[in-house]
Design a protein around this ligand. Structure first.
Ligand SMILES: Cc1ncc(COP(=O)(O)O)c(C=O)c1O
Length: 437
């Protein structure tokens, strides 16, 4: 499963962005996040092309929760993407990167007063309102004549087929104003009566790692129907509809997510058809993918520190364990939701070598499998293992569990590797600790 610029060189090593992965591991240490700049930019362009060729007034907003740092902000600005932030920390990162604030949307189910203040002070593009308490909180922060652009997050009550922990638009979702109980309409009525709010439209996001396009079509239909109800009752036509992110990516060779073109076709055609059905003026479209822009552009390199033969009765996991120098602290997804990944032995990457099964585990003080069943060529202590598709929700969800410093990240392109996140030092890990007396 080669992704992006991945290939194998004459030494039999995995290459990415024209760089030898084994050399990267030696030069920058392991664990190491590696980001394939060409692959990331190619996805940004694919999204713009797929949507804007069908509907020129579509804005592609990168969902920064997938992976955000200064370099990523610079790349998305260069690629002409807007940015969705979900916290004060993500907003701070974007502003420090010099990313244009008017291109930023702010999400979140609980934006604190400090976060709302930060967004107002920076004069960001839009605050996406999630609940009635937040509406009141934002009102209390606004000066008498201060205005702010807002959108209303609607839970369209669509049950996307994905892991329950990354499903966000269903009947019992904690996110947004629900349709069935009338909250979405009540929130809209309330926002429309506040002269300091400029309502740009409605937003929904049904979840992540979604492969069935029908769910996106259903959400689009629900959103246009809701917008039409609001138009009939309040005379307000939404200039913008934000239909969120959520497209699936390839973690294993069994994954076959729809193309960005197929997603664009479904969303744009459904939007057009539904608007035509009601005679609704077609709003501009915003989509905000995270995972499907950056996941496949990232890999994580680990070094094997131990090979253990563990005789056991289970048939679903191999008996040979590879213990690597990372795990749940640099990628909690396998533990959180049993996420599956594909690994390569970057030191012996030739595709024709005979393979055997291994279980790849991290070095933390829990059982932290990274891959339960990996088919690799004979693997020895010192080999470099590459776990693919770790560009999204790995670094951004990392921790210091066991007080391990977070890994470094390099950006690779045309044979050049540039350090974009330094490896944390042990001193940095304890920097906020204070003595007891
Ligand atoms: C509001 C919102 N938009 C966009 C995204 C990005 O989703 P994905 O990374 O699946 O594209 C998320 C992810 O949780 C989200 O909550």
């Amino acid at each position: 499963m080669w992704l992006g610029t991945q290939s194998v060189n004459e030494l039999g090593h995995l290459t990415i962005g024209g760089c030898d992965a084994v050399q990267l591991a030696e030069q920058f240490g392991t664990p190491l996040y590696v980001l394939d700049e060409a692959a990331f930019r190619e996805r940004c362009r694919a999204y713009r092309e797929a949507f804007q060729s069908r509907k020129p007034d579509t804005q592609i907003a990168y969902a920064g929760k997938a992976l955000l740092n200064l370099a990523v902000c610079q790349i998305i600005a260069e690629e002409g993407l807007a940015l969705d932030v979900a916290s004060g920390g993500e907003l701070y990162t974007a502003l420090r990167a010099g990313y244009p604030p008017e291109q930023i949307h702010m999400h979140g189910v609980y934006k604190t007063e400090a976060e709302l203040r930060q967004a107002l002070d920076a004069r960001i593009g839009t605050i996406v309102l999630d609940n009635f308490d937040e509406i009141a909180r934002l009102q209390s922060l606004l000066a008498p004549h201060e205005t702010v652009r807002v959108m209303i997050r609607v839970a369209p009550e669509v049950e996307a087929s994905t892991h329950p922990l990354i499903r966000t638009g269903q009947r019992d979702s904690k996110f947004g104003f629900h349709l069935m109980n009338g909250d979405a309409e009540r929130a809209t009525a309330q926002v429309l009566t506040e002269p300091r709010f400029q309502l740009k439209g409605f937003h929904c996001h049904i979840g992540s790692q979604i492969s069935e396009l029908d769910a996106f079509a259903e959400a689009t239909r629900a959103m246009v129907a809701f917008a039409e109800t609001i138009r009939q009752r309040y005379g307000y036509a939404a200039p913008v509809l934000n239909l969120g992110g959520g497209l699936a990516v390839r973690y294993t060779p069994d994954d076959a997510p729809p193309s960005v073109g197929a997603l664009a076709e479904v969303m744009v055609q459904t939007l057009r058809a539904e608007c035509a059905r009601y005679g609704y003026p077609e709003p501009a479209l915003v989509v905000e993918p995270g995972r499907s822009l950056i996941a496949e552009a990232g890999i994580t390199l680990y070094r094997v520190g131990a090979v253990k033969h563990v005789p056991h009765e289970r048939r679903d996991i191999p008996q040979t364990y590879l213990i690597v120098d990372g795990g749940v602290s640099d990628n909690p997804r396998p533990q959180m939701y049993g996420a599956c990944y594909t690994a390569l032995n970057a030191s012996r990457a030739h595709p024709h070598l005979p393979r055997q099964p291994y279980r790849i585990l991290g070095k933390h003080c829990e059982t932290d499998p990274i891959i339960e069943w990996a088919e690799l060529p004979e693997t020895r202590v010192g080999d470099v293992i590459a776990v693919l598709t770790t560009g999204a929700y790995a670094y951004s969800m990392s921790s210091n569990y066991n007080r391990y410093p977070r890994p470094a990240m390099v950006l690779v392109r045309e044979g050049q590797a540039r350090l974009i996140v330094q490896r944390e030092t042990l001193e940095a890990v304890i920097q906020h600790d204070l003595p007891a007396r």
